[in-house]
Design a protein around this ligand. Sequence first.
Ligand SMILES: *Cc1c(COP(=O)(O)O)cnc(C)c1O
Length: 348
Amino acid sequence: MIDLISDTVTKPTPQMRRAIAEAEVGDAQRGEDPTVNRLQDAVCELLGKDASLFLPSATMGNQIAYKVHTRHGDEIIMDRLSHPIHFEGGSPAFLSGVMICQMNGDRGVFTAEDVLAAIRPDDPHSPRTRLVSVENTHNLGGGKVWPLGKLLEVCEAAHENGLHVHMDGSRLMNAVVASGISARETTAGADSVTLCFSKGLGAPVGAALAGSKDFIKEARRCQQVFGGAMRQSGIIAAGALDGLQHHVERLIEDHGNARLLAERLAREDGIAVDPAEVETNIVYFRVDGTGMSAADFVARLKDRGVRMGAYKDGRIRAVTHLDVGESDIVKAVDAIHQMLADFDAARV
Ligand SMILES: *Cc1c(COP(=O)(O)O)cnc(C)c1O
């Protein structure tokens, strides 16, 4: 199976498994796991933040951030396609009792003007606007990288109005590699940042949340409340450290493979895709012109050994990662080409 369903499907490399097997461990909940501590230090260094926490998932990172930054009844500004709105089980409402003010951004990217227009008046009739949450890269936005200028303008607009900024940087390192702008610079305007190790970085489990010392002190309490404080979690932190050390620069290969996939797909009749929109490792395309629904296309393709995801809006998503190479991409497009030919032949 050539699995393009997500970059979460990567398996730890032999080297990563060795690092995991040999990890020094202790009781992380007491701050005594040396590998977790090393990872947290590495994240602070990478992002230029004062403190960080190792967590089981990026979902938990986002939800702890929302819990710390807001009070019940507050409002968070974020793009309408954001991960926490669609894929985190309703947790902003479930766990923090907040409302979301949805921006109509361009593939996940909105503007400082959008933020200013969305900020509520200081009036007891209105919810209190408290936080702006940006996603970088933007998943449903097609792996789009926030342009730094726009990002800084949004952060400035937020800060000038007393709001905090959270960055869901689950795929931050894809943004860093694609833009050539350091992680520190990319996250400089954000008060808190979530980073995921089990996406393109290829670790089996884990994420980090970073911010100021005061922010992380509160986050640590929420980690305990949400049941995310772990024990000998150096076992998994070792995988995350290995991913940070060895799998960042190579993300450029995933981006090249995604671009190649889009360019090849664009040659197929009935497939609509814009290769110029592929900035990182995510490709969205439509198959309306093939006579198949997205769900049907994906089901038939799976029978031919290639897995992709179909969305309700009719888009199909393919994600490149550590465990697929250029030759897999060529094979995947060949399988699609043959599938379309067979489908057309059967219709005549
Ligand atoms: C995957 C993802 C998450 C959640 O990550 P988990 O570690 O699976 O909980 C959050 N935000 C974005 C943008 C993601 O892509």
